[in-house]
Design a protein. Structure first.
Length: 130
């Protein structure tokens, strides 16, 4: 299928600040195993991290920005740690490379080439942030 932008006037460009989202998050089904809260925290950390994946956001700030209690934030952070998506040593977060330890999400029944409903993914994130 040949794709063309729908709106040339609003074509995205790479911003000056550093940030990226690895497409394997969706293609390899990492996101399928995450709660809405974990998706929201992960997206926030991806957005604010430097080139090494590091950021220093405090618990009170993250709780306020993501509308979470401290207990919920800690539980959510642990979910990302267990899934080996982030490392944490107070006050430092590090977003980790996907599959950097040789692991890969393979417990999902679909193959990597299946279509992904990106609208549904962002709806899950939006629900968590609302």
């Amino acid at each position: 299928m040949h794709k063309q932008p729908l709106s040339l006037a609003q074509l995205r460009t790479v911003p000056q600040q550093f940030s990226w989202v690895d497409q394997r998050l969706v293609r390899e089904h990492y996101i399928d195993a995450l709660s809405h809260r974990a998706c929201a925290l992960y997206l926030f950390l991806l957005t604010v991290a430097d080139a090494q994946g590091l950021s220093y956001y405090s618990e009170p700030t993250l709780c306020r920005r993501l509308s979470m209690s401290q207990a919920t934030l800690r539980q959510t952070r642990q979910e990302l740690i267990v899934r080996q998506l982030v490392a944490y040593r107070r006050p430092l977060y590090q977003v980790l490379a996907l599959g950097s330890n040789g692991t890969r999400r393979t417990d999902h029944p679909c193959c990597d080439d299946d279509a992904v409903d990106i609208k549904a993914v962002f709806e899950r994130i939006w629900e968590a942030l609302s």
